[in-house]
Ligand binder design. Structure first.
Ligand code: P1T
Length: 389
């Protein structure tokens, strides 16, 4: 399917066809796993299809990158060995020592660690701001120094919502670019580039891959100049995924739409259940009318996603017990796979923000609601919460 045709097609069609035409020689319907590091040249510099060396480009990766660009409606997509490799490449492609970035005050712990502990010593400064508070983001910008306004929406794990259109305007007024980490929504629920963002990053480990069997990352950009810079750094820094990883991620993307709808269906049922539970102090889900970001989420997202966070009575100890008692929900880091996961952000995914402004509540539990039978998920939570309703 050509790029031109793919952009006119529906999301599900693009997810299945964009980035790859059945192989010219064999007709293979699925991109082969090109397990090759290098390519025969027809005379010095005589590259077939532009392929020279697999850090620079590999056909299995090219297919995935085409699909990612088509799904995010971007100019170009780039695949990486992990979400953090994608983020690192964006940071180093678009900032220099002495520059400044604004990050969410409840960012994924690994993103904070990258910006603070790796970017800091390298000379990058940052200011955390609430993505839901436009004035706070505006105030955090240092005119002339801020190169990137970096947001997650929904944020991990507190599910705060940033207004992408408004944030893009604020970033652009200050001469900065807006980067949206679209991992939680996935391109099926939200397409930040169409709302004015300049760059989308993903941990494709999550919903894009969708089966908890591959770690990967992606960057999709809307303009050619940024594409050239990210593309140069992708090759120069070299944090690329291997062809088997690309194959798995691409296979996952094909079913993204159907999986996301089921994730959302099940999350809504889990939310309904938790709202009524006497041991639950607070349920955080952007689909709830009382969620402060509900109106913005309704405007910019197709549905509200598969992640549900909640706080329990009984403090950290009870939260840890609930996590450990669950059986259908597997206790583990990560999210976005077909199987349900439960975790304690304070001790697990967000341990790296302990003691900082980004610290998360100790009684918080995060669920990645999978696509199992909803009744089984609810029965499991009932058992894990431990007290008869
Ligand atoms: O793990 P990796 O593929 O490198 O992606 C990092 C990352 C980036 N952005 C967001 C919003 C993320 O949630 C992650 C990874 N998050 C987890 C592993 C987690 O359990 O939250």
């Amino acid at each position: 399917m050509t790029q031109e045709h793919s952009n006119k097609s529906g999301f599900e069609t693009r997810a299945i066809h964009a980035g790859y035409e059945p192989d010219a020689m064999t007709g293979a319907v699925i991109p082969p796993i090109y397990a090759t590091s290098t390519y025969k040249q027809d005379g010095v510099g005589g590259l077939r299809g532009g392929y020279e060396y697999s850090r620079s480009a590999n056909p299995t990766r090219t297919a995935l990158e085409g699909a990612l660009a088509a799904l995010e409606e971007g100019e170009r997509g780039f695949a990486f060995a992990s979400g953090l490799a994608a983020e690192d490449t964006v940071l180093r492609a678009l900032t220099r020592p002495g520059d400044h970035v604004v990050i969410p005050d409840d960012a994924y712990g690994g993103t904070f660690r990258l910006v603070d502990k790796v970017g800091g010593p390298w000379g990058l400064e940052h200011t955390p701001a609430a993505v839901s508070d436009l004035d706070a983001v505006r105030a955090a910008i240092e005119p002339g120094r801020t190169r990137l306004v970096w947001v997650e929406t929904p944020t991990n794990p507190l599910l705060n919502i940033g207004d992408i259109e408004a944030l893009a305007a604020i970033a652009h007024d200050a001469g900065a670019k807006l980067v949206v980490d679209n991992t939680f929504a996935s391109p099926y629920l939200q397409q930040p580039l169409t709302l004015g963002a300049d760059i989308v990053v993903h941990s494709t480990t999550k919903y894009c891959g969708g089966h908890s069997d591959v770690v990967g990352g992606a960057v999709v950009v809307r303009d050619l100049e940024t594409a050239d810079r990210v593309g140069f750094h992708q090759n120069a820094m070299g944090a690329v995924p291997g062809p088997f990883d690309c194959f798995l991620t691409h296979r996952g993307l094909k079913t993204l739409a159907v999986r996301m709808d089921r994730h959302c269906d099940n999350a809504e049922k889990v939310v309904d259940y938790l709202l009524d539970h006497p041991q639950v102090a607070d349920v955080i889900y952007p689909g709830l009318e009382q969620h402060p970001g509900h109106a913005v989420a309704t405007r910019q997202m197709k549905r509200y996603g598969g992640i549900v966070s909640f706080r329990v009575h009984g403090g950290e100890q009870h939260a840890l017990e609930v996590c450990e008692r669950a059986r259908v929900f597997t206790l583990g880091e990560s999210l976005g796979g077909v199987e349900s996961l439960i975790e304690h952000p304070g001790r697990m995914t967000h341990a790296s923000v302990a003691g900082t402004d980004l610290e998360v509540p100790a009684d918080l539990i995060r669920l990645s609601v999978g696509i199992e039978t909803a009744d089984d998920l609810i029965a499991d939570l009932d058992r894990a919460l431990g007290v008869e309703k």
